[in-house]
Ligand binder design. Structure first.
Ligand SMILES: NC(=O)c1ccc[n+]([C@@H]2O[C@H](COP(=O)([O-])OP(=O)(O)OC[C@H]3O[C@@H](n4cnc5c(N)ncnc54)[C@H](OP(=O)(O)O)[C@@H]3O)[C@@H](O)[C@H]2O)c1
Length: 436
C-alpha cells in the first residue's frame, strides 16, 4: 500500500502522457514515495489518455497554462520537440518551477540559456534522460565525475544506428534490409534520417559537451556522416583488421578547440565500442585524473527512460525540500554565471587518425598504382592493402588503410580520387579508432 504523501511533498505535474510520460506516471503512482505527489497530468485531447490506475486525486487537463498557474513545484516536460516545449519550459522556469525534461532537441539548442534562466529564478533544470535514455551518464557528470577535469567524451548514442550496424555485422545483410528490419521491430522510425545521418547523435553529443566539457556547441557545427554508405563487405574487411564498424560520436577538447565528429568508425572488435550490440548505448568519458569511465545500457524505451526522469525528479525534490540553500541544479548552480563557466570553443573535425578507404571499382590493371600515386602526392602513407578474392571484376571492392594523418590532409586526395573513371562508387572513408 503506497504511503500517503505528506503536506511537505513536492507537487509534480507531468506534461506529455506518451511512451515515456505514461511510464513515468506509473512509477510515480506505484513508488509510494512520500516526498513526491503527482498532482497533474496534462496532454492534448486528454480524455483519450485517462487511465484507471492513476489515483483519483490527480487532475487530468489539456490546459498547460492551468498547470503553470498552479502551485506545482516540479514540471516534467515529456511532449518532445521544440514547439511548444521550449515555451512551456521557459514559462515554468520563469514561474519559479523546477523542470525535468528528456527533450534532447530542446537542451541541445537552448540548454545554456535555459540553465541560466533556471539559475536566475532559483530553480532547477534537469535533463538526465535526454542523452542515452536510461543510462545515468549525465547524473554521473553532475556528481561522480565532477571532481575530474574531463577532456574527452565518446559514445554510441543512437540505438537505431547501432541496431542496424550490428545486424549487418552479424547477418551480413544489406543496409536496406537491416533498416527495414529495424523499422519492423520499432527500433527505427519510418523516416529515420535524423538517426541514420547523425542529426540525433550530434544533438546528444552537444549536450554531453555542455555537461561534461562545459562547452557550448551548436549541434549543426558538428560534422555528421551518414551510415547509409556502409556495406556488408565493409564488415568483412574490418574483420581482417580485427575490427568492426559502429556509429561513434566523439568530442575531444584541446585548448580552445573542440574536435568533434559523428559517424561510422572502424573500432576494434574487442574494444568497449566493438562489444556493444543491438540498440544499446555506451558512453566513455576521459578525464585528466580518473582516466576512462564507461556507461552502458538501454538508450531508449519507455521504462528505462522513465527511470532516468524519475531519478531527476527525486534529485530536484530533495533540493526543493532542502529549501533555499538547496539551490539550483549542479550544472545550473555551477554556472550561476554561465558566461564565465561555459566556453564557446572552435569546433573542428580535423582529427588525426589512421583511415579505412574502401573502393568499388571496375577492375583493370594499374588501379592500385594510380591510387598509390595520388596518395603519395599528398604525402599520405599506405599501411595495408586488402583485397578479398571471389568478387565480380565489374564491381570489385577493396580497401586501403592509411597511417595516421589529419582529416584536412586526406580530403584533397579523396577529391582527386573521386574523379577517377574506374571508380563506380564514391570511396567510403572511415576513421580507425584504435584507442577505445
Ligand atoms: N521514447 C524513448 O525511448 C525516449 C528516449 C529518450 C528520450 N525521449 C524523449 O522523451 C520525450 C517524450 O518522448 P515519447 O517517446 O514519450 O514521445 P510520445 O510517445 O510521442 O509522447 C508525447 C506525448 O506528448 C503529447 N503532446 C505532443 N504535443 C503536445 C502538445 N502540444 N500539448 C500537449 N500534449 C502534447 C502527445 O500527445 P498525442 O498522443 O496526442 O500525440 C503524446 O502523448 C521526447 O523529448 C523524446 O525525445 C524518448
Amino acid at each position: 500500500m503506497p504511503e500517503t504523501p505528506s503536506n511537505t511533498a513536492s507537487r509534480v505535474a507531468l506534461i506529455g502522457f506518451g511512451t515515456v510520460g505514461r511510464a513515468v506516471a506509473r512509477i510515480l503512482c506505484e513508488s509510494g514515495d512520500p516526498s513526491l505527489r503527482l498532482t497533474h497530468i496534462c496532454n492534448r485531447n486528454v480524455e483519450k489518455k485517462k487511465q484507471s490506475w492513476v489515483p483519483a486525486d490527480v487532475l487530468w487537463t489539456d490546459e498547460v497554462q492551468s498547470v503553470l498557474n498552479s502551485n506545482v513545484d516540479i514540471v516534467i516536460e515529456l511532449i518532445g520537440g521544440l514547439n511548444p516545449a521550449e515555451q512551456i519550459v521557459r514559462d515554468a522556469l520563469q514561474a519559479g518551477k523546477s523542470v525535468v525534461t528528456a527533450n534532447k532537441q530542446l537542451i541541445a539548442r537552448h540548454g545554456p540559456d535555459l540553465l541560466q534562466l533556471a539559475a536566475s529564478r532559483g530553480c532547477q533544470l534537469e535533463f538526465g534522460a535526454s542523452v542515452a535514455g536510461g543510462v545515468p551518464v549525465l547524473p554521473a557528470l553532475r556528481t561522480g565525475l565532477s571532481g575530474d577535469r574531463l577532456h574527452g567524451i565518446a559514445g554510441i548514442l543512437n540505438g537505431t544506428c547501432n541496431y542496424i550496424l550490428s545486424r549487418i555485422e552479424s547477418a551480413r545483410i544489406p543496409f536496406s534490409e537491416a533498416l527495414e528490419e529495424a523499422q519492423a521491430r520499432g527500433y527505427a522510425e519510418a523516416d529515420a534520417s535524423e538517426d541514420l545521418d547523425g542529426g540525433d547523435a550530434r544533438a546528444k553529443l552537444a549536450i554531453l559537451a555542455l555537461a561534461g566539457l562545459h562547452a557550448r556547441v551548436v549541434p549543426e557545427s558538428v560534422r555528421a556522416r551518414t551510415i547509409r554508405t556502409v556495406d556488408a563487405v565493409d564488415f568483412d574487411y574490418a574483420a581482417e583488421l580485427g575490427c568492426t564498424i559502429r556509429q561513434i560520436s566523439r568530442a575531444d577538447l584541446k585548448g580552445d578547440t573542440l574536435f568533434a565528429d559523428v559517424g561510422p568508425c572502424v573500432v576494434p572488435t574487442d574494444s568497449p565500442f566493438g562489444r556493444v550490440h543491438r540498440n544499446l548505448n555506451l558512453v566513455v568519458t576521459s578525464g585528466q585524473y580518473g582516466g576512462d569511465m564507461a556507461f552502458l545500457g538501454a538508450g531508449a524505451g519507455g521504462d528505462p527512460t522513465a527511470v532516468a526522469v524519475v531519478s531527476d525528479v527525486k534529485f530536484v525534490a530533495q533540493r526543493v525540500g532542502a529549501g533555499p540553500s538547496g539551490g539550483p541544479s549542479e550544472i545550473g548552480s555551477t554556472k550561476k554565471d554561465l558566461g564565465s563557466k561555459v566556453a564557446t570553443p572552435t569546433i573542428s573535425s580535423d582529427f588525426e587518425t589512421p583511415w579505412y578507404l574502401r573502393f568499388f571499382v571496375r577492375d583493370r590493371p594499374g588501379i592500385v598504382a594510380r591510387l598509390a600515386q595520388i596518395l603519395a602526392s599528398h604525402h599520405l602513407n599506405i599501411d595495408s592493402l586488402l583485397q578479398k578474392p571471389g568478387f565480380d571484376k565489374a564491381s570489385l571492392p577493396f580497401v586501403i588503410t592509411l597511417e595516421p594523418c589529419r582529416d584536412a590532409q586526406l580530403h584533397p586526395a579523396l577529391e582527386e580520387m573521386s574523379t577517377l573513371d574506374f571508380s563506380i562508387r564514391p570511396c567510403l572513408c572511415l576513421p580507425i579508432l584504435r584507442q577505445s
